[in-house]
Design a protein around this ligand. Sequence first.
Ligand code: HEC
Ligand code: HEC
Ligand code: HEC
Ligand code: HEC
Length: 101
Amino acid sequence: MLIFRVSAQEADATSAASVGQFLADNHGEFGCASCHADGEGSEVENGSCLECHGSQDTLKEKTLHMQINPHDAPHFGMDSCTMCHHGHSEFENVCLGCHLE
Ligand code: HEC
Ligand code: HEC
Ligand code: HEC
Ligand code: HEC
C-alpha cells in the first residue's frame, strides 16, 4: 500500500552520503568534463554518470532496501540522474514529494 504526502514542501532533502558538499565537489578530481561534455556547463546526460557508476540495473540493486526505490522509477520522465543528484546544489529525492520513505 502506498501512502502519500500532502505537499512536496514536506519532502526531506535526504542527503546522498554528502554532507556540506555538493556532487560536483565530490567529483572534483575527475574534472568538469567528466560530467559536462564541453567541460564548462553543457547539459549533463545520464550516460556520463553511468560510464563510471555502471548500469541502471546496478544502481537499482544498490537501493533495493528503499521502499520506494529511486533508481527504479515507473513514472515517465523521472529517470534523469540530476533531477535528484544536482551538480551544484543540495541533493533531493524527488520521489518523496509524493511518496513516504
Ligand atoms: C569519472 C567517473 C565518475 C563520473 C563521470 C561520475 N561519478 Fe559519481 N562517483 C565516482 C566515484 C569514483 C565516486 C566515489 C566512490 C563511489 O561512491 O562510488 C562517486 C560518488 C558518487 C556518489 C556518492 C557520493 C556523493 O557525492 O553523494 C553519487 C551519488 C554519485 N557519484 C553520483 C553521480 C552522478 C549522478 C553522476 C553524473 C552526474 C556521476 N556520479 C558521475 C565516479 C564518477
Ligand atoms: C529519484 C531520485 C534519484 C534519481 C533520479 C537517481 N538517484 Fe541515485 N540515489 C538516490 C537516493 C535516494 C540514493 C541513496 C542515498 C542514500 O543511501 O543516502 C541514491 C544513491 C546513488 C548512488 C550511491 C549508491 C551507493 O550506495 O553506492 C549513486 C552512485 C547514484 N545514486 C547514482 C545515480 C545515477 C547515475 C542516476 C541516474 C542513472 C541516479 N542515481 C538517479 C536518488 C536518485
Ligand atoms: C558530478 C557532475 C558534475 C561535475 C563534475 C561538474 N558539474 Fe557542473 N553541473 C552538473 C549538473 C548536474 C548541472 C545542472 C544543474 C545542477 O544540477 O546543479 C551543472 C550545471 C553547471 C552550470 C550551469 C549550467 C546552466 O546553464 O544551468 C555550470 C556553468 C557548470 N555546471 C559548470 C561546471 C564547472 C566549471 C565544473 C568544473 C569545475 C563543473 N560544472 C563540474 C554536474 C557537474
Ligand atoms: C507527483 C507525484 C509523484 C511523484 C513525484 C512520484 N510518484 Fe510514484 N506514484 C504516484 C502515484 C499517484 C502513484 C499511483 C498510486 C496507485 O495507483 O496506487 C504512484 C505509484 C508508484 C509506484 C507503484 C506503481 C505500481 O505499478 O504499482 C511506485 C513503485 C512508484 N510510484 C515509485 C516512484 C518513484 C521511484 C518515484 C521517484 C523517482 C516516484 N514514484 C515519484 C505519484 C508520484
